[in-house]
Write a protein that binds this ligand. Sequence first.
Ligand code: XMP
Length: 518
Amino acid sequence: MSNVSIADKIIILDFGSQYTQLIARRIREAGVYSEIHPCTITCADLQALGPTGLVLSGGPASVCDPDSPGLDQDILKLGLPILGICYGMQYLARKLGGTVTPATDREYGRVQLSLSGDSLLWKGIQTDASSQAWMSHGDKVLLVPPGFTITGCTDQVEVAAMANPHKKIYGLQFHPEVSHTEEGTRIIRNFLFEIVQARADWSMASFVDDLMIQLPELIKDQQVVCGLSGGIDSTVVSALLHKAIGKQLHCIFVDNGLLRKDEGKEVVQYLQDHFDLNLHFVQARETFLSRLQGVEDPEEKRKIIGNTFIEVFEQEAAKIPGVAFLAQGTLYPDVIESISFKGPSAVIKSHHNVGGLPEKMKLKLVEPLRELFKDEVRKVAVELGMPDFLVWRHPFPGPGLAIRIIGEVTPKRLDILQRADKIVHSELMATGWYYKVWQGFAVLLPLKTVGVMGDERTYEPVVALRIVDSKDAMTADWSRLPGEVLAGISNRIINEVKGVNRVVFDISSKPPSTIEWE
Ligand code: XMP
């Protein structure tokens, strides 16, 4: 799909820094649209994007290394305002005639930064007092290029910032995008509003307005099919498409029998009540459960569930005449992952979600959330008037409860877990903790222990509680819930769920553990 239509666009040229996404998010938080592109982009392709300012990211390489990444030479001649961060600044320094010395040691962590000069980047910042900044570098700039002045230093680096106001080119050795840099937000805002003089017209309301024009133009009178899972991404995709093309959208909800108790019904009910959707509900519990019979290996479970989903979805979609598009909830981090500049230290993340659907179905893709970060998707959901229970729904894995039942998935074990999990959910809601934690759920273990109920000895399975705090699921830590909240959950599970006589709380962090048990 075409790009969003906004007045000003900042392009971040990525040299492979772990903070590149953060730069994009900070710029968008300031209300200016930004996109990340690899540093290898040609000048012509860059111009076609229509940037009004450029940011050069940091990166793991050394500019002193002859094989280090660089830009198409013509990009620096475009006359665009440029902010170079860390590697980006060192690259500018070297290219424009300054010198960079190779690292003798690394500087990493918080430093005291002294700013100087009347750089527009420092507008509104007290330059006579030092402030804290975040550094992560080896090499440093020794001599600034002709036309530049030094505008900041630390105890360890003489050139912590440099500026050429005439050419609107600025460099920072530290990372303004990292929250530990006290004046970081102001510096980024100054680059945007004082130097680029960008307009802050990026808002979720304008994003939705644009889509309402673009989606009908793209889809015309054709039909679109969309898999609805109950998660925030597919729910927002469906709501947006419904708003744009109405009944040309066909949502397929596959009940694989592995959902949380009542979860599917709630979402479907909400969407039907509010959007009058064309909803195709497929009850496929029996198919999924029969194929999972006797399977204990987690990856095997994932494979079976993924393949069965594709099969069931395809069969249902084939019943709808004239389908030309498949709508998907792809987000910007997935896009960045596939286009970003991969330096030697790049980590390839494994993807969880079901793949293979578009290739097999030969449909054109429509991905209305391609440009958005997760927090922006939530803002769109709010913009569309969705209630908190949908906007702040905990992430739920595609293979569902199958990967929370350790060992074989049987109807009986599924029923036990669904009932225990429902209690975790309702207690977290009742105590106000649901919206404070990232994810909270129950896991059924393939392990029986001895208990005593009344006068009787019992020998029954254990349920583990997994409740974690996280920002993006890449790292996580167990939530420090008050004892009475845990006691409430435990008492209710043991009293109300027949077949469970012990509840334990998982106190492992990620890494080295994962959030899910399988
Ligand atoms: P882990 O267990 O890897 O989970 O720490 C990180 C996040 O991903 C979710 N998750 C999955 N999501 N299919 C999914 O769609 C999967 O197979 C899957 N496995 C884990 C997990 O719930 C957490 O939010």
